[in-house]
Design a protein. Structure first.
Ligand code: GDP
Ligand code: IMO
Ligand code: MG
Length: 429
């Protein structure tokens, strides 16, 4: 039996997972999202076309591939319908190849409202305000509404009523309880019809696919440092982007997942608040932001920019069993000299090799940098390792040395073609 692959981000998201999944997805039969929701924004550029996927796996852009939104995902029915319409209007055929788990939890308008209110009045995390945190909170509190529940009108009505009643003290500034209920109910019949057309027992589908020897690519959203358990808590998302969650979030047994590939950007970015030891000041940050088009694919917010932080990448490698890396956006660093990479932190005279748990200490870290020579020339046309400028090769070599895993892919542009395949023996290429 063949084993499956997880593709995940090793930093704070937006590493270029969409591009990598689109590239490797050719060898997959199924492409599966297992956590997160439409807080994700995965960009795919091919044949002069440009797409941003939020909830639907990036593999949907590969003709004939089947895609699953697993039980670990939180699904906003309105956002999903909009995304399906957007894709169909651009000639992407989805019929019969998109399945949404009956056990996935739904995001309802009140989750979005609560997310917005909490951002204003609680700890300001800089969330995407898509209702992700409040929906996962309900799931864990066992008052969540799953797709299966949503499809049963009487049950849905009761659950909705109870939840709105309990949450009303927080929402009362937005209008009357019955007004809110009516608003949600007005949209419900159409959304229910839509969701029932793609809802399925996806665990059974994937387990059958696994038994038949079909290949599954698990597409993570967000990044290792946004993981609610292993990230920079509380400045994280409310799910586990980590590889272990691929099993929990789909029902495919953990030992069937043999390959884990981490996507690492040649520098670091972060949207939203939270510690970011290698964040760099302007004018270099603005230069990289403009050159790399570093604006949120979901919210349009400017991303914070920093040097490559190998302590962060190393922790992602260890926690997720990453065996290969795909390095993206190396092209953006051309013309910058010297290049820096963080290999440890200093805190009050002490050298730290790991990201500390204390949020106070996290805010006070001083990065310890290694300097590397920069490269002046544009590398976007390079397709072979030997054609890369020596300084660029040394930059990649250092990443391998510090993380202990090979860089299998080097991406030098947005489109599929702008990629250098470095090592062979990877069965997904
Ligand atoms: P994701 O969330 O991990 O899929 O990443 P995003 O799509 O949010 O952000 C990555 C951005 O970088 C997108 O605009 C991609 O088109 C772009 N991108 C990906 N790889 C490369 C690359 O190697 N070079 C350049 N210049 N842009 C890239
Ligand atoms: P992709 O899949 C980058 C960040 C938000 C915020 C924090 C919590 O495109 O890499 P949430 O709305 O999830 O409760 O917000 O997480 N965040 C992301 N940052 N890329 C993402 O997804 C993100 N999804 C959430 O900015 O800091
Ligand atoms: Mg993104």
């Amino acid at each position: 039996m063949r084993a499956h692959l997880v593709v995940l981000g090793t930093q704070w998201g937006d590493e270029g997972k969409g591009k990598v999944v689109h590239l490797l997805g050719k060898r997959a039969d199924w492409i599966v999202r297992y956590q997160g929701g439409n807080n994700a924004g995965h960009t795919v550029v091919f044949d002069g076309r440009f797409f941003i996927l939020h909830l639907i796996p990036s593999g949907i852009l590969l003709p004939g591939k089947r895609c699953v939104i697993g039980n670990g995902v939180v699904v906003d029915p309105e956002a999903l319908r909009e995304e399906v319409r957007f894709l169909e209007a651009r000639g992407i055929r989805l019929r019969g190849r998109l399945y949404v788990s009956l056990a996935a939890h739904v995001i309802l308008p009140y989750h979005r409202w609560i997310d917005q209110i909490q951002e204003r009045t609680g700890v300001h995390l800089g969330t995407t305000q898509k209702g992700i945190g409040p929906a996962y909170a309900d799931k864990v509190a066992r008052i969540g509404i799953r797709v299966a529940d949503y499809l049963e009108p009487t049950l849905f009505q009761r659950l909705l009523h109870n939840n709105l009643r309990d949450k009303y003290p927080m929402l009362k500034g937005l209008g009357s309880l019955s007004g809110m209920e009516k608003k949600i109910f007005r949209a419900y019949p159409g959304l229910r019809r839509f969701l029932s057309s793609c809802a399925a027992d996806t665990t059974a589908l994937l387990q059958r696919a696994d038994r038949r020897g079909e290949r599954i690519l698990f597409e993570s959203a967000q990044g290792a440092l946004l993981d609610v358990d292993h990230g920079t808590y509380p400045f994280v998302t409310s799910s586990n982007p980590g590889a272990a969650a691929a099993s929990v979030g789909t029902g495919v047994a953990p030992q069937r997942i043999a390959e884990v590939l981490g996507v690492v950007k040649a520098f670091t970015t972060r949207v939203g608040t939270g510690p970011f030891p290698t964040q760099m000041p302007d004018p270099l940050a603005s230069y990289i932001r403009e050159k790399g088009k570093e604006y949120g694919a979901t919210t349009g917010r400017p991303r914070r920019i920093g040097w490559l932080d190998l302590v962060v990448v190393q922790s992602a490698v260890a926690t997720n069993g990453i065996r290969r890396l795909a390095l993206t956006k190396l092209d953006v660093l051309s013309g910058i000299h010297p290049l820096k990479m963080c290999v440890a932190y200093r805190h009050r005279g002490k050298l730290l090799k790991r990201f500390p748990a204390s949020r106070t200490v996290q805010q006070e870290l001083e990065p310890v940098y290694e300097h590397c020579p920069g490269f002046a020339e544009s590398i976007r046309q390079v397709r072979r390792w030997r054609e890369l400028p020596e300084a660029a090769r040394r930059f990649v070599d250092r990443i391998e040395r510090h993380t202990g895993v090979p860089v299998t892919l080097v991406s030098m542009g947005r489109s599929r073609e702008e990629t250098l395949v470095r090592t062979t023996g990877f069965q997904w290429l």
